[in-house]
Design a protein around this ligand. Structure first.
Ligand code: ATP
Ligand code: MG
Length: 362
């Protein structure tokens, strides 16, 4: 039977455990295709762009690479980062070299609490917790503006400047995105995070845009919280959160905090979206390349598999995405846990268990 819906997926395993967890996610996608009985097909093309590739070729993405990527429906990304390449070189060489030209300006990072996983949050047992961090992904503190050696004086007197760029359009589109997302959730609430007491230009512009946009969403509850206070709130009152929207840097930090509160960085998923769909969007676990555990087969694949679920959502397959999330939950609920969550299952065993749970529930 010919596949009724066929999707072209570009996979970029990248560095370290990237390959191990992407492989796990692709096994789950294979199972989804198989269980669909031929209704779905995922045509996966792997791109070997990594820090090893960079060391050989002097660049992460070859000439024409982006045009090739652009012909895909979605990008499935592992991680980039290697002890042999400075972090800012690898990050700008591969990850940001895709998110920027493909205008993936919305980065969503759900904070998900899994059954059977102990959270350091003392309230985790008695309250249902799940919230989404919406990260401005195109400008802000990661705009790449500034420079070194600005004093013109010698060593010991160097001055470096790192400028944050906030545009009214950039603020408005991410804030609207957060409000639209909030409307799809059980609790329609948006928390806007800034540091506008201390950063009086860009962050104040953000606040002003937020105040204006919220007028269009009278049905959505709102609050404004400074980033330092929000860090405390993540720990002390997470039950009050639904959608948290913040700048590039603030949301980056808050989402790591969120995933640690949920149990481990290894379970956190993310989507880098080009909401206009002019370019493919990119799906990746929040964690990095984890060189300390690379090659041992013990990486937690849940973040990557949950990112594949976000990819299914984006491809217009929400039922399949929910089935994958339910399979993850059924697996952790049954006590099959990876090492970073205090269990014994290695990457292969955990992936097999999730695939099994998917088959059982299909
Ligand atoms: P990068 O430079 O790519 O960000 P990193 O080592 O600085 O890499 P992470 O890769 O995010 O940062 O790792 C931080 C810590 O969390 C490491 O100790 C790593 O082993 C652990 N870790 C991250 N991801 C996983 C995972 N999927 N499974 C198990 N442990 C993980
Ligand atoms: Mg790192």
């Amino acid at each position: 039977m010919a596949a009724q819906q066929s999707f072209a997926i570009a996979s970029i395993p990248g560095d370290g455990i990237g390959g191990e967890v992407i492989d796990a996610g692709l096994q789950v996608l294979d199972a989804v295709a198989e269980l669909s009985g031929g209704a779905l097909e995922f045509r996966v093309t792997e791109f070997p762009w990594s820090s090893a590739y960079y060391r050989e070729h002097g660049r992460y993405i070859p000439e024409g690479g982006l045009e090739e990527l652009r012909r895909h429906d979605a990008i499935y990304f592992g991680a980039v980062g290697s002890p042999e390449v400075p972090d800012h070189v690898s990050l700008w060489g591969l990850r940001l070299a895709i998110t920027q030209p493909f205008d993936q300006w919305a980065n969503i990072r759900p904070v998900t609490f899994l059954p059977g996983v102990t959270s350091p949050l003392r309230k985790a047992d008695d309250v249902e917790l799940d919230w989404i961090v919406v990260r401005e992904n195109s400008e802000g503190e990661y705009a790449g503006l500034g420079g070194r050696n600005l004093s013109g004086r010698g060593p010991g007197e160097e001055v470096a400047v790192q400028t944050s760029l906030h545009t009214e359009k950039g603020c408005e589109r991410i804030i609207r995105f957060a409000f639209d997302l909030a409307r799809t959730r059980q609790v329609a609430k948006v928390s806007s995070v800034t540091k506008s007491n201390a950063q009086q230009h860009g962050m104040v512009l953000w606040d002003e845009v937020f105040a204006r946009v919220k007028e269009d969403y009278p049905d959505v509850e709102t609050e404004r919280v400074l980033v330092d206070a929000m860090s405390a709130k993540f720990v002390l009152h997470p039950e009050q959160l639904s959608v948290v929207v913040a700048s590039n840097l603030h949301a980056d930090i808050l989402s790591d905090l969120g995933s640690a509160l949920a149990g481990s960085l290894g379970i956190a998923a993310s989507a880098n979206l080009n909401p206009e769909r002019r370019f493919p969007s990119m799906f990746e676990p929040v964690h990095g390349s984890a060189p300390d555990i690379t090659g041992r087969g013990i990486a937690n694949p849940i973040g990557a598999i949950a990112s594949a679920a976000l990819m299914l959502d984006h491809l217009g397959l929400p039922a399949e995405a929910d089935a994958v999330r339910a399979a993850i939950e059924a697996t952790t609920a049954s006590g099959i846990l990876p090492l970073d969550l205090g269990g014994q299952a290695d990457t292969r065993q955990l992936t097999q268990a999730i695939v099994e749970a998917l088959r059982n529930s299909w």
